[in-house]
Design a protein around this ligand. Structure first.
Ligand code: VG1
Ligand code: CO
Length: 553
């Protein structure tokens, strides 16, 4: 160990053996808490981020996380390393808390070099759960693949990191502190974000809706980061009844559940919204780090793909988007519902690989205003990340303007544009070998698949999705196997890049119908023969032994 000092604080240089497994996935480096607690593991990744930034010296960084187990310890380590590495200033969410969209907003607002967000998003937390580190760049967007690749290479060769040995560092009280030459500014985590929301939406109208006697809502914060944001904005500022926000207190283990806003994990919300009588008019939930959203009506679920399409069709009702949209984008596996709206509105519609980082260039180049993913993520040019609470406010603003129910708005939308039945089947915790063989087989057979009939479906095209970024021409290959049928139905296979245990196979299935008589089917029934086709094309049972998915959304 070498030491040096700055303002009488000793900087230690700690020698380590390089870690070879710090490859960021779809959204940052995600590992078990236990892995992150391995001696020097977190430190090595943080040092690798620092080493990738040529302008680090004297720069400002934003720091915060979703409050999960190990968040506080990680903040302490990062503050001590940032000082040792010559960072000029850290703007830190109080108690180390910041939602992903709030952090993204702070990066651009305070012209920071970037931000470190501590979260494993929708993955379970607690000592036996997961932890994660994401790095956002100066545009407030997730590090692009070129940078995450570079960070990975640095980490694979990293032999030392720098840290000071003072601790604990202040993080709970709002104010400015000096640590060596670095300033730590602890700020209210909600304030800037809620101001941004009030500039985008019509808060007066939403407030009138939320305080009217015949309207009620339920927001499930899932004991994750949006609790304080939702309580402050929805209840305190907009006047939603007290108790409208449930599970609002962030807990390090999210109350033992997955902070994943879907019909399986947001159980309490789903029960509330499917009550036979007296269900709220509007229901919503967000995930661990506050960038996802689920939207529900009284006895009604809005698929994320439909939600993006409906938001696009109704964007003119929202003050910030009333002057029109530049274009829209969706990830490849997201249903084509938004394409239909874009077509009618004369907007460009881009198809990107899974992961928010692929929207960044389009947002920066002003090519799109709205974008979204089937995985409960929607966002806009207001920040370079997906944004859960923003989507909730978007829907509330639509409801306030249209004075209509969620269900009726969706049904009217289908009547006008047709309905894209959509489901995703996840097969979790598969042995890597089985998943790999299944994909090898799919790739080998792609060319022979075309023109073959499967259960009355004829395949029009089958390929492995390659994305060429229209802005910087960078190429991303192997972004999922795509099978498109002659009636435009689609089946997509890809492997998750956010799991920490085994491999997760995701199968996305979509069918477009325009015949009104077919709008009332149960989604799984409507897609039954395509689901069987998917299982047989990939021989899921043969390769994995599984006869059923683990999670259906
Ligand atoms: C999943 C979703 C993807 C999303 C990503 C990060 O990735 O499918 O759409 O962008 O999670 O979301 P994967 O590789 O597991 O399919 V978050 O809210 O977990 O940061
Ligand atoms: Co998330």
């Amino acid at each position: 160990m070498k030491t040096a000092s700055v303002s009488n604080i000793r900087i230690n240089t700690i020698k380590i053996k390089p870690f070879k497994d710090q490859k960021p996935g779809t959204s940052g480096l995600r590992k078990t808490v236990k892995q992150f607690q391995v001696l020097d593991y977190l430190q090595a990744f943080i040092q690798s981020i620092f080493n990738s930034q040529a302008e680090l010296e004297g720069a400002t960084l934003i720091l915060g996380g979703d409050g999960r187990y190990f968040n506080r310890e990680a903040v302490q380590i990062i503050l001590r390393m940032a000082t040792a590495n010559g960072v000029g200033k850290i703007i830190l969410g109080q108690a180390g808390i910041l939602s992903t969209p709030a952090a993204s907003h702070l990066i651009t607002k305070y012209e920071a070099l970037g931000g470190i967000i501590l979260s494993a998003s929708h993955n379970a937390g607690g000592p036996l759960g997961d932890f994660g580190v994401k790095f956002d760049t100066a545009n407030g967007g997730p590090a692009p693949e070129s940078l995450t690749d570079e960070i990975f290479i640095i980490s694979s060769n990293l032999r030392e990191y720098k840290i000071i040995d003072i601790s604990p560092v202040p993080m709970d009280k709002i104010g400015q502190y000096k640590l060596g030459n670095m300033v730590i500014e602890v700020i209210d985590a909600v304030e800037d974000y809620s101001k941004l929301m009030s500039e985008i939406f019509n808060f007066d109208k939403i407030s009138r809706l939320l305080t009217s006697s015949d309207f009620s809502m339920c927001f499930d914060a899932m004991h994750a980061v949006t609790g304080p944001y939702a309580t402050s904005i929805l209840e305190d500022q907009l006047g939603a009844r007290q108790g409208s926000v449930i599970r609002g207190r962030p807990l390090p283990n999210f109350g033992g559940a997955h902070p994943d806003p879907n019909l399986v994990h947001a159980e309490q919300l789903v029960e509330t919204m499917y009550r036979e009588e007296g269900a709220p008019n509007f229901g919503a939930a967000s995930d661990g780090d506050g960038d996802r959203n689920m939207i529900m009506g009284d006895y009604f679920f809005v698929t994320p793909s439909d939600s993006l399409a409906i938001m696009t069709a109704n964007a003119h009702l929202i003050p910030a988007y009333s002057k029109g949209l530049k274009g829209v984008a969706r990830s490849m596996p997201t249903s084509e519902a938004v394409d239909k709206v874009a077509e009618k509105m004369g907007l460009n519609c881009f198809e990107t690989p899974t992961g928010w980082k692929f929207f960044s260039n389009l947002l920066d180049a002003d090519q799109i205003t709205l974008c979204g993913e089937e995985s409960f993520g929607t966002g806009s040019s207001h920040v370079n990340e997906k944004d859960g609470l923003w989507a909730v406010l978007f829907w509330l603003n639509i409801l306030a303007e249209r004075q209509d129910s969620v269900e009726h708005i969706v049904r009217q939308h289908w009547a006008e544009y047709g309905r894209n039945y959509y489901t995703r089947h996840d097969y979790e915790k598969l042995p890597f070998k089985s998943a790999e063989s299944l994909f090898n087989n799919l790739h080998d057979n792609i060319n022979q698949l075309s023109q073959k009939p499967f259960n009355q479906h004829t395949i029009a095209t089958a390929d492995s999705f390659t994305y060429i970024d229209p802005i910087d021409n960078s190429i991303s290959e192997n972004q999922g196997v795509r099978i498109i049928f002659d009636d435009s139905s689609r089946i997509i296979f890809r492997l998750s890049g956010t799991g920490t245990e085994g491999a997760t196979l995701r199968v996305y299935i979509e069918k477009y119908v325009t015949d009104l008589a077919q709008f009332e089917l149960d989604t799984q029934d409507a897609l039954k023969s395509l689901i069987q086709t998917a299982e047989s094309i990939a021989d899921i049972k043969g390769y994995t032994g599984r006869t059923e998915p683990t999670v259906i959304t």
